[in-house]
Design a protein around this ligand. Structure first.
Ligand SMILES: *Cc1c(COP(=O)(O)O)cnc(C)c1O
Length: 407
């Protein structure tokens, strides 16, 4: 089994075409016209046998050698990595067993004791935990930014600053980062730009085009999209950075199982149509929720009153499928609402085909008081809605009956 450096699918193809074809073309080595499977084969093996002592020794050289052992590389996993790298406009990617696996591999590989990180304040909880817990134990400090203006970077920067960490669309506030401005300011100060693009997906935004060095995804969410497989992936703008992180990611061992990679490829093929339906449904629900008397505010980047609507219009090819709204009745109303939905399911994840609701103040953020919640950009009555691809009128009937129940 050899790894050829396959001809990438023609870069002029639209992302909506690439999601369908990229993985299979990479798996086939980019060759058209010969017979071969339409679907990427699952190489469910831990290792690869050689009949030549020199060849196995040579294969150990780095990420681009022949496949040796699945923790270091596997053809099914590689097809996923190359497909997502192509979609994101990056040079290479590293798939992981979860989004946190990818994020931890990137942070722990690129940072060392004494380094300083600049991160946006409203970060995914798991990422925040890595920085505050692991980071502190390893002597890595983080300063948190509102991430609303590039001047904050100059002000917070230290001589030891190494990395700028942003999220394209933040969860659950739906704030949109002005990536071009912030990444340019970071670069000016010598910072590596790392962007978590999980909520936007490469269909809505490709951060490398806006100056990112690394793009991280929880592929558990929109990339795979069916709430049936955990995964993560980090895409690198250049090969050297990829090689550095690859070497350390192999040591950390957060490698995906080939079947998990295959499920992710399977989901990826419908990413574009799913994102379109998630976004259309979210638009209608955001409008109707905004007009409902039980709802005090709706947060979705496509709404005219959203603080980042102008940034979203410049940066995103759509506004995404996640919204949040503040119930006028506060904490009690939030709890009652999530217990009253019938079609939407009460679950913590996002990005799947089914609509999910959660009430951060009584679940993911239950330890925070009202003031701390406010600091995190969340209200006591905030409900997060990961809008699925169901019929939108069925969804609205469900939300409307749950809202009626609040009296
Ligand atoms: C879910 C999520 C993660 C973590 O991904 P896992 O696959 O759960 O490990 C990271 N970032 C964002 C924005 C997420 O939503």
């Amino acid at each position: 089994m050899t790894t050829r450096e396959p001809a990438a699918p023609a870069p002029e193809l639209d992302p909506r075409t690439l999601v369908v074809h990229a993985a299979a073309r990479h798996a086939a080595g980019g060759e058209a016209g010969r017979t071969g499977p339409l679907s990427v084969p699952i190489h469910q093996t831990t290792g690869f046998a050689f009949d030549d002592a020199d060849a196995i020794a040579a294969a150990m050289a780095g990420p681009d050698g022949d496949f040796v052992y699945t923790r270091r590389g596997n053809p099914t996993v590689r097809a996923l990595e190359q497909a997502v790298a192509t979609l994101e406009g990056g040079a290479a990617a590293i798939a992981s067993s979860s989004g946190m696996g990818a994020m931890s591999a990137v942070l722990l590989s690129l940072l060392k004791p004494g380094d300083h990180v600049l991160a946006q304040k409203c970060l995914y909880g798991g990422t925040y935990a890595v920085l505050s817990d692991l980071g502190r134990r390893y002597g890595i400090e983080t300063s948190y930014l509102d991430a609303e203006s590039p001047e904050e970077i100059a002000a917070a920067r230290r001589p030891t600053s190494r990395l700028l960490l942003l999220e394209t669309i933040a969860n659950p506030t739906t704030r949109v980062c002005d990536l071009p401005a912030l990444l340019a300011a970071g670069r000016e100060h010598g910072l590596l730009g790392v962007v978590d693009n999980s909520l936007a997906s490469p269909i809505l935004c490709r951060p490398i085009e806006h100056g990112a060095d690394v793009v991280v995804h929880s592929s558990t969410k929109y990339l795979a999209g069916h709430s049936d497989v955990l995964g993560g992936i980090a895409v690198f703008a250049d090969r050297e950075l990829h090689r550095t992180v690859w070497t350390r990611a192999v040591e950390l061992g957060a490698t995906p199982d080939p079947f998990a990679a295959w499920l992710t490829i399977r989901g990826l093929q419908t990413l574009a149509v799913r994102m379109r339906q998630h976004g259309e449904n979210a638009a209608l629900l955001a409008q109707r929720l905004s007009a409902h008397p039980a709802v005090a505010a709706v947060h979705w980047p496509g709404l005219a009153g959203h603080p980042d609507r102008a940034v979203a219009d410049r940066l995103l090819a759509g506004y995404g499928g996640m919204l949040s709204f503040d119930l006028a009745g506060g904490r009690k109303a939030g709890r009652r609402f999530i217990g009253a939905v019938r079609l939407a399911r009460l679950a913590l994840s996002i990005g799947g085909v089914e609509t999910l609701v959660t009430h951060p103040a009584s679940t993911s953020h239950r330890e925070l008081g009202d003031a701390q919640l406010k600091e995190a950009g969340i209200g006591a009555g905030t409900v997060r809605l990961s809008v699925g691809i169901e019929d939108v009128e069925d969804l609205w009937r469900d939300l409307a009956q749950a809202l009626r129940g609040l009296g």
